[in-house]
Design a binder for this molecule. Structure first.
Ligand code: KG4
Ligand code: ZN
Length: 337
């Protein structure tokens, strides 16, 4: 039998510091330190995020190792988020991962954060998506439709050309006076609202691309106009506003997703990224399964938002292919002007 492979995953791309330990395809621990400090600013402040990562990274890694009951000396490789993300935040995880791999003399594996969100589906025991499948990856920074043909084979079919859908949620929440991150709050208030009460314009992008900047601006003008006539408009209609806006975002996302699925003749669809915690998106995807015979995969909440379990699992697939990154200085060979 093959020896087990233990990977330490480190995630620090935005405002969550996270570490996880995996043994082959099983997650042994997944510790996430959220940074509350950004709430008071209505969005992530990059400088504060990197400072908090510096404070959190050692305790978070220690806790992940302790929860997994695996000592550092047993770790076979370190996987870290190389990007995309905030520069200062990424630098903390990257420098830490590099130093630790040098100190332990074990391989270092770089992980693309967006690929990791997709591979979060393979962190779980039980049914996993079969290839090929389409993944709608929706986060605070990205909105993509990706065709996944193997663990490490991805084809981008479409993506947002401006704001991400998570940003469209968060900015609208800010306009409504809700704290950051507002996505989960819009989701919460929408549950009691009438989704048909207000209409917002749906962008018409070519192919499978998205755009969310227009709907964000029209939402701002709508609220400004309504509050001119009634200064209590938001509080009197909060649930209906949230439900209508959220439904419009879901319409935009699903129209392109279904078109891509039909064009590609793919009937297996997965959701990934922080916005996949949204209950309407989850419901709409479930409806596809029940009404249109799609096979759908929705990650549990802890693997939707940023976490290091997805980094560790991606690291494991790269470990199997020996895809390590070279962190040795190369004084001459191969470096010509
Ligand atoms: O993937 P993620 O944790 O971080 C990034 O890589 O961006 O995604 C964070 C985003 C935020 O915009 C947050 O508002 C959104 O996910 N989000 C939600 C919900 N939960 C998190 N948006 C809508 N409904 C939710 N329930
Ligand atoms: Zn993310």
């Amino acid at each position: 039998m093959q020896d087990p492979v233990y990977i330490l995953g480190i995630e620090s791309s935005c405002d969550d510091t996270s570490a996880a330990v995996s043994c082959n395809q099983t997650i042994l621990s997944n510790v996430v330190a959220n940074q509350d400090i950004h709430k008071q600013y209505g969005g992530v402040v990059p400088e504060l995020a990197s400072r908090d990562h510096q404070k959190n990274i050692v305790p978070v890694i220690n806790e992940a190792l302790a929860k997994a009951s695996i000592p550092l000396t047993q770790i076979n490789a370190i996987a870290f988020t190389r990007g995309p993300g905030l520069m200062g935040s990424l630098l903390v995880g990257t420098s830490f991962a590099k130093s630790l791999s040098l100190a332990l003399n074990i391989p270092l594996i770089e992980v693309n954060h967006m690929q990791a969100h997709i591979l979060a589906h393979f962190c779980l025991p039980g049914a996993v998506p079969s290839f090929p499948f389409l993944c709608l990856t929706v986060s605070g920074g990205h909105t993509q439709i990706v065709k996944v043909t193997d663990y490490l084979s991805f084809e981008l079919l479409g993506q947002t050309q401006d704001d991400a859908v998570g940003e469209a949620f968060d900015k609208a929440a800010k306009i409504l006076g809700l704290p950051y991150p507002g996505g989960p709050l819009i989701d919460k208030y929408a549950k009691q609202g009438d989704a048909k009460k207000y209409k917002f314009p749906i962008s018409n992008m070519p192919g499978f691309d998205y755009s969310f900047s227009g709907i964000k601006t029209s939402f701002l003008y709508f609220i400004q106009e309504q509050t001119k006539h009634n200064k209590n408009f938001i509080e009197e209609n909060l649930a209906d506003i949230c439900a209508s806006y959220q439904a419009c975002l879901a319409d935009i996302l699903f129209k392109k997703l279904l078109a891509a699925a039909e064009q590609q003749h793919i009937k297996t669809i997965a959701l990934a990224g922080g916005v996949s915690a949204n209950s309407l998106l989850r419901q709409r995807l479930m409806n596809l399964q029940e009404e249109k015979n799609y096979t759908v995969f929705i990650p549990p909440f802890e693997y939707c938002t940023d976490n290091a379990a997805m980094i560790a699992i991606t690291g494991y697939f790269k470990y199997l292919k020996q895809e390590f990154c070279n962190i040795k200085a190369t004084p001459n060979a191969g470096y010509t002007l």
